[in-house]
Write a protein that binds this ligand. Structure first.
Ligand code: GLN
Length: 394
């Protein structure tokens, strides 16, 4: 190489970075979906339906596009959609959020939660996470300069341990994230647990993120305990939900945040410089579609049938299904089959059996191995039956 070429190479050098997220790789959901595709496996890993949404919703969005709703909507979201969200929350949870100052439409729940963290967590603030938990929370806290304080849910039952939560609370606690119905354990918080949380937080300045994206998937006649139902909690909470989960359109990436005006004002300061706003025709379409409450009211029965089909099928395999009280997830214990790590078991099951799942360990900060994996049953019955047939070979 001559001198001129060498110096040109040096000039084109990409400067080294100091990673903001040094321990973060690609999310397990993308990794397992890619592996499932590579091995032509039935993908029960990443949580998304393999069936389409209601054609009436497609028509409503199409109509919005063709009627010229294609420019920026107002920064917090299309007013008709915010009103529909306020009406729905009032009818379900008895708390009316003001659509003007308390509801913001987001590009999905993941964006909503990052934006909340950036809006309220200051460097050095602590955020309590209940492990296992969704894998975006801890990196979100790191990006905001906060410190994640990991508190385990009770092993086995995955119920919140309020003694441990009380010990974790400190004057620096800014937030606690409460996810119910819970991904990945498929447990659902009780009213007594919400009450207990309210009492515990009463003397503190801690805020709450209620990640309630599976709010309509609660089974066996149990009701979803939104933080919005509990006035004392609602006063300090951001409630996050997702149209993707409720209407089978995870790829549309539209959700929302409801929070008291003072919290919403700070949220919007960040939101406007993050995504600014969310695509217009989908918002108009959703606003029209939401006038009919049947789709969300029928969702629990629809998914309960799938849960029952899948859990009954699992009982005939060597996997042991855990209870699934909510969400579209079903966890299973494979300790009767193998002592591999959860990640190894999931990779082998994808390659050799042809069914992909998510290792429970992916939802913990440390290396916690319980011989548990998570399946998503938001699939056509024929897909679930095909997976079950394969799982018999385990
Ligand atoms: N919430 C979904 C799950 O837990 C996936 C979301 C994602 O892939 N980021 O599987």
């Amino acid at each position: 190489m001559n001198g001129a070429a060498a110096s040109a190479d040096a000039a084109y050098r990409t400067p080294a970075l100091c990673s903001r997220l040094p321990k973060v790789g690609t999310t397990i959901f993308s990794v397992m979906s890619a592996l499932a595709q590579q091995h032509d496996a039935v993908n029960l890993g990443q949580g998304f339906p393999d069936f389409d949404c209601d054609p009436r919703l497609l028509d409503a969005v199409n109509h919005a596009m063709r009627s010229g709703h294609n420019q920026y909507p107002p920064m917090p979201g299309v007013p008709a959609l915010r009103e529909a969200i306020a009406d729905k929350m009032a009818s379900l949870y008895g708390h009316r959020y003001d659509p003007g100052s308390e509801i913001t439409v987001t590009a999905g729940a993941t964006q909503a939660i990052l934006t909340i963290m950036l809006a309220v967590v200051q460097p050095g603030d602590e955020v309590i996470l209940l492990d296992p938990c969704f894998d975006s929370y801890a990196p979100n806290i790191a990006l905001a300069g906060g410190m994640a304080v990991h508190v385990p849910l009770t092993p086995g039952s995955f119920r919140p341990d309020f003694d441990l939560i009380a010990q974790a609370l400190s004057p620096r606690t800014r937030l606690i994230v409460v996810n119910t119905p819970h991904n990945p354990s498929a447990t659902v918080w009780t009213g007594a647990e919400m009450q207990r949380l309210a009492e515990l937080l009463r003397p503190t300045d801690a805020l709450v993120v209620g990640d309630e994206v599976y709010e309509h998937m609660v089974y066996d006649g149990v009701r979803h305990e939104s933080v919005a139902r509990w006035p004392e909690l609602a006063a300090r909470s951001f409630v996050v939900s997702s149209f993707g989960k409720t209407y089978h359109v995870t790829g549309w990436k539209v959700g929302y945040v409801a929070a008291p005006a003072a919290l919403t004002a700070e949220f919007r300061k960040v939101h406007q410089f993050n995504v600014f706003t969310v695509n217009t025709p989908v918002q108009h379409g959703l606003a029209i579609y939401m006038r009919d409450p049947q789709p969300h009211l029928e969702l629990a029965a629809f998914y309960q049938r799938k849960r029952d089909l899948f859990a009954d099928g699992l009982r005939a395999t060597r996997l042991l299904p855990l209870p699934s009280a909510g969400t579209y997830f079903q966890c299973a214990d494979y300790s009767g089959i193998s002592d591999e790590t959860e990640a190894d078991f999931c990779v082998r099951m994808t390659r050799e059996i042809g069914v992909a799942a998510i290792p429970m360990s992916a939802f913990y900060a440390g290396d916690v191995q319980q011989r548990l994996i998570r399946f998503c049953f938001a699939k056509q019955n024929s897909t679930l039956e095909r997976a079950l047939e394969r799982l018999h070979k385990l």
